[in-house]
Design a protein. Structure first.
Length: 337
């Protein structure tokens, strides 16, 4: 009886162990299956991530390419902006220069220019009544065609040829302005005025090759512009005289040229005299196209240590030109007003 009970207990124990083992086996199998699924999921995730990385890299390359394009366009725009800034600066410089040239006559409108042109045309075709009034005015002021200070004042048009070199501008310019004003005063009314420097450059470029109408406003504008007029000069009046005669001394106009200067730095004096004699030749009646007057400013004689040879050459040249061309040479003895 005892053996039988022992066998029953042993069989029960084995059955329990079998159940336990099977349970553990099932759990292990589940764990194995679970791990296998995770591995496949990880492998799929890796594949997906690699595809995403490739896609992002492609997008990155595309973005970098677009960035390079934008950088090139930006640099091109910056270069264009720099060029435009340079152009603007150049235009501003041109504008400042033009404003300086016309500062004296800035207040004059286009209507005034039209009226001045009509006035000039009216002076060129004077009526009998205007001639009579002018004759009466001359009789009250002076005897007709009489010289003032040795200078004949019978001209209808006057041209100033002024040395604008540094020596004149720095040492005698206030006196130059004063002498121009005095010359204008001895001509109460003329048909036209012109002003250029000794190299033939016009004071007012808008009147290149044309006469400046003679009005009180124009005379004020000329004197105002002269006060600050400083342009390059070679201290030789030959070019200015030649241009004045060839451009303006035509037909039966009575023209006087006034040369203001202090030096002659050119070549042969005889060559200049012959050139002027050729272009200012006398007509059949013995009349020349223009009178030539000159005022000599003793600048080189008033500066200590400066060679005055060029001043002596200017005085010699202008004495001859004035004598040969119906004019007068006036030599000043001081540069002080």
């Amino acid at each position: 009886m005892k053996r039988g009970k022992r066998r029953e207990a042993s069989g029960l124990s084995l059955s329990f162990l079998d159940v336990i083992c099977c349970g553990f086996g099932g759990i292990i199998l589940l764990l194995v299956l679970t791990k296998v699924g995770e591995v496949k999921a990880l492998e799929q995730s890796v594949v997906n991530l690699e595809g995403l990385v490739v896609k992002l890299q492609d997008e990155l390359h595309e973005i970098r390419g677009e960035t390079d394009v934008f950088d090139r366009e930006l640099r091109a725009k910056q270069e264009q902006i720099s060029e435009e800034r340079v152009r603007i600066a150049r235009l501003q410089g041109d504008l400042s220069r033009i404003q300086g040239e016309f500062a004296a006559s800035r207040e004059m409108s286009e209507v005034s220019d039209i009226l001045d042109g009509r006035l000039l045309a009216a002076h060129q075709e004077l009526t009998e009544e205007m001639k009579r009034l002018q004759e009466l005015s001359r009789q009250r002021r002076r005897v007709p065609d009489s010289p003032i200070g040795g200078i004949p004042v019978d001209s209808e048009y006057i041209i100033f040829v002024i040395d604008t070199s540094g020596s004149m501008y720095n040492y005698a310019w206030p006196l130059v302005v004063q002498k121009m004003s005095q010359v204008l005063d001895i001509y109460p009314q003329v048909k036209g005025i012109q002003v250029m420097n000794d190299m033939g450059q016009y004071m007012f470029p808008r009147y290149t090759g044309k006469w400046i109408p003679d009005t009180p406003a124009r005379r004020k504008a000329i004197l105002a512009r002269l006060s600050g007029w400083s342009v390059f000069s070679n201290s030789s009046p030959v070019e200015g005289i030649s241009r004045a005669i060839q451009t303006f001394a035509k037909g039966d106009k009575k023209v006087s040229i006034y040369v203001f200067g202090d030096e002659f730095t050119g070549g042969s004096i005889d060559s200049v005299v012959q050139t002027v004699a050729r272009i200012n030749a006398r007509d059949a009646e013995g009349n020349q196209r223009a009178r030539i007057h000159a005022i000599g400013f003793p600048v080189v004689f008033s500066i200590p240590g400066v060679d005055n040879t060029t001043g002596e050459r200017f005085a010699t040249l202008m004495r001859i030109l004035c004598r040969e061309n119906g004019g007068t040479f006036v030599g000043l003895n001081s540069v002080q007003r």
